[in-house]
Design a protein around this ligand. Structure first.
Ligand code: 2BA
Length: 109
């Protein structure tokens, strides 16, 4: 068995959950925050038999989309009187970041 830890854009969460449930997969969602953008995203925990990893990755790819965001870099340390003009930098986010872990044991009571 494998556990997929899947970080996605919150806007893709409902479509992805619907698609997973429609194909009989189970998932848990957690509201998370990206360390770089400091914005909300969503993390799904999806436990599946080994042979279902690729089908689930396909569903994730179909439902999670790459987005372009712009962030303002932190201002440098400046002398008084200096003017800082921030230039936003472009960042490509997602569609999904997926970690695939071996599950040592799974119990469901
Ligand atoms: P964030 O940390 O908010 O990162 C959002 C996007 O910013 C990243 O998209 C990446 O394009 C960019 N980025 C992140 N760190 C950067 C850095 N040090 N310098 C320049 N650009 C940087 P994704 O790579 O698609 O990641 C989307 C979200 O997935 C991340 O949100 C984070 O919540 C999670 N994530 C990505 N890689 C991870 C990792 N190795 N471990 C844990 N979480 C990860």
């Amino acid at each position: 068995m494998k556990l997929l830890i899947c970080v996605i854009n919150s806007d893709d969460m409902h479509a992805l959950i619907d698609a997973l449930m429609a194909d009989g997969y189970r998932a848990t969602t957690i509201s998370t925050t990206g360390g770089f953008l400091r914005e909300g995203n969503a993390t799904l925990l999806i436990g599946v038999p080994d042979e279902d990893v690729d089908p689930v990755l396909k569903i994730i790819k179909q439902n999670c989309h790459t987005r372009t965001q712009y962030v303002n870099p932190l201002p440098p340390t400046m002398e008084s009187g200096e003017l800082y003009m921030p230039t936003p930098i472009e960042v490509q986010v997602g569609g999904a970041v997926v970690f695939i872990l071996n599950v040592h044991r799974f119990e469901r009571f």
